[in-house]
Design a protein around this ligand. Structure first.
Ligand code: AGP
Length: 614
């Protein structure tokens, strides 16, 4: 959840590290800090609680000069987000400095041991234990890198860590234990970089060496050596990463999230581009399986967290409908611990826009160990999910800066539909004519998304004013729109801090209807589809209890106005495309409510873009 950036070379380190942290701020933004080793051999540290701007202010007032440094942007796990708890953390001698991403599970035990040995701590973080531990091994006579390696072996949990020693001005040591987010070495012209994520490296280099779990790198301005935590040398290759062409600028919008919602028609084209084949009824999607292996599949399990898990719920429904394989969607964190029955005839599809979500990576490992086949649907080429899966379907949504996912959700669903067609065609469960019709419909999806963005004029701003004082919302939908109800509720919670629940409209009467009153608006997803009549019954049940209903229906449904309190429209769309089209109004409603309430829409409180801790 935290971002790490480091530099060692021939330029001033501070500005490079600050820029790197700024591009990693989506990973955590409750405090930040940097440490730079001066030419005279003194470690200087600047830290600030709050957003990265506070660190920039502190470091501008009192700059650090030197060519070696590390920085960190934090999402607090142990200890409140304060200056003293912000990273980097030093050992007691002030010569070893560490930045850390992860949770040190045995920190209590290690800290007690270190205190007994005379160490004094200034923060309440688990991280501060690490430089003290390294210092014990240095004091025993080990080289700095060796001390780091031995200390790494004593850390329980999952970690990505970088460290410096004031007596080693030409050396930076970084390592990974388990899945707490990645760390990659960037091979620049004027020196070497390390970063938690690729977007922080691409301004400097596209030549990178990502570390695998259990690897440690010793980096100098000119070279790098990678070894396992057992001390065995590793031949770690450089790979070339693509520079993301999508500019991370707001493009005139007030927030990145609004920009990212508005660009969905365009990014939908990107995920479809090159995949809608000219062959009748075919999609061009490379999968790492033979046709026979696809025919032999008897189960598909989608795994993901948060918004990606909502996309998974749609993916499972679409696969069952088209490819006629039993399919389900599971929360990765539960999947990994519940001893699932999977085998070589099970396809596990890991969905993660970041490709770094710890629970999803662990669930992928769990699937591998059971012999399941795996692919990932991700926005991040080169991410850990991308590297671990047998194959990947990149969703090409461009960088998503807003912490609340929007365009990556819609593009993940589109990717799942391409996957469903591909599996269905190979298994012979979708005729050429039906597939051709479906593909034709998909090619019109960007236009439908564009219509969905414009069709309601300024209704969202009006509804935001009308409902801004509501402290609870319910979202209801059926079939493919039930996950959209859940996603709408999640979006609202994340950015407006208003409590919301999303559910099957059918579930409402089994308990949640007790919440319905005049102060609890119900958002009902009710386009003109085969479940429309059912939705009308549920809407009537809400209104009979004095509930207010904001109904989302298809353009042209004139009867709806009299049946609900407020109407939002979506263009008519084929059933399988309704989830993408119906996502737009729930995103915009959440956005305008949050904006009206004056919230930090792009970096909502307590959240982070990549959740790399359990
Ligand atoms: C989305 O708005 C959330 N910020 C969050 O639920 C997110 O979808 C989840 O953490 C999974 O992330 P991933 O897609 O990168 O795995």
């Amino acid at each position: 959840m935290c971002g790490i950036f480091g530099y060692l070379g021939y330029q001033e380190a501070q500005p490079l590290i600050i820029d790197g942290l700024t591009s990693l701020a989506y990973r955590g933004y409750d405090s930040a800090g940097i440490a730079v080793l001066s030419r005279g051999g003194a470690l200087g540290v600047r830290k600030a609680a709050g957003k990265i701007d506070n660190l920039i202010e502190a470091a501008t007032k009192s700059p650090l000069s030197g060519r070696l440094g590390i920085g960190h942007t934090r999402w607090a796990t142990h200890g409140e987000p304060s200056e003293v708890n912000a990273h980097p953390h030093l050992d007691g001698t002030g010569s070893i400095v560490v930045v850390h991403n992860g949770i040190l599970e045995n920190y209590g035990e290690l800290k007690a041991r270190l205190i007994a040995n005379g160490h004094v701590f200034s923060s309440v973080t688990d991280t501060e234990v690490i430089p003290h531990l390294i210092q014990e091994f240095v004091a025993e006579g080990l080289s700095f890198a060796e001390a780091v390696r031995i200390a790494a072996g004593q850390l329980r949990g999952a970690h990505a860590i970088a460290c410096l020693h004031a007596d080693h001005p030409e050396e930076m040591v970084t390592f990974r234990v388990g899945n707490a987010g990645g760390v990659a070495i960037g091979h620049g012209q004027g020196g070497m970089f390390i970063a938690s994520d690729m977007p922080a490296l691409t301004p400097h280099t596209t030549s990178v060496t990502p570390l695998e779990p259990g690897e440690l790198a010793i980096i100098t301005p000119e070279r790098y050596d990678v070894m396992t935590l057992d001390g065995k040398s590793v031949d770690a290759n450089r790979v070339t990463i693509a520079v993301n062409a999508t500019s991370a600028a707001k493009g005139g919008y007030k927030h990145f999230m609004l920009k990212e919602v508005m660009e969905q028609p365009e990014v939908a084209m990107s995920v479809l581009r090159g995949r809608l084949s000219f062959e009748p009824g075919e999609v061009a999607l490379d999968l790492p399986f033979t046709d026979q292996e696809i025919k032999d599949l008897n189960r598909v399990i989608f795994i993901g967290m948060g918004t990606s898990s909502h996309a998974c719920q749609i993916g499972a429904q679409v696969i069952e409908r088209l490819a006629r394989i039993a399919a389900s969607a599971e929360n990765s964190a539960e999947f990994r611990y519940r001893d699932p029955v999977v085998d070589k005839h099970t396809l596990v599809v890991a969905v993660a826009q970041s490709g770094e979500t710890a629970d999803t990576l662990e669930a992928m490992d769990r699937a591998h160990r059971s012999g399941a086949r795996t692919i990932t649907i991700t926005n991040t080429e080169g991410s850990q999910a991308y590297r671990r899966a047998e194959g990947a379907i990149l969703i090409h949504a461009g960088q998503e800066v807003g912490v609340a996912s929007s365009k990556t959700f819609v593009n993940s669903i589109i990717a799942m539909q391409l996957l469903a067609i591909r599996l269905a065609r190979t298994r012979g469960t979708l005729s050429t004519a039906a597939a051709t019709e479906y593909i034709e419909a998909l090619s019109h999806l960007p236009a439908l998304l564009g219509e969905a963005l414009n069709i309601n004029g300024n209704s969202f701003q009006r509804l935001a004013v009308k409902y801004a004082r509501s402290r609870r919302f319910l979202f209801i939908g059926r079939g493919l729109l039930e996950p959209i109800a859940r996603e709408g509720a999640l979006k609202l919670k994340e950015i407006s801090y208003i409590h919301a629940e999303g559910m099957s409209a059918a579930e409402l009467k089994h308990g949640p209807i007790a919440l319905v009153d005049r102060e609890t608006p119900v958002i009902a997803l009710a386009p003109l589809n085969d479940l429309y009549e059912k939705m009308l019954s549920n809407i009537a049940q809400v209104r009979a209890r004095d509930g207010q209903v904001i109904g989302i229906t298809s353009v042209g449904n004139h009867e709806f106005t009299g049946l609900v309190d407020d109407v939002l429209l979506i263009p008519e769309a084929p059933l399988l495309l309704e989830p993408m089209v119906a996502t737009i109004p729930v995103q915009l409603l959440a956005y305008h409510l949050a904006d009206l309430l004056g919230n930090d829409v792009d970096q909502p409180r307590n959240l982070a873009k990549s959740v790399v801790v359990e």
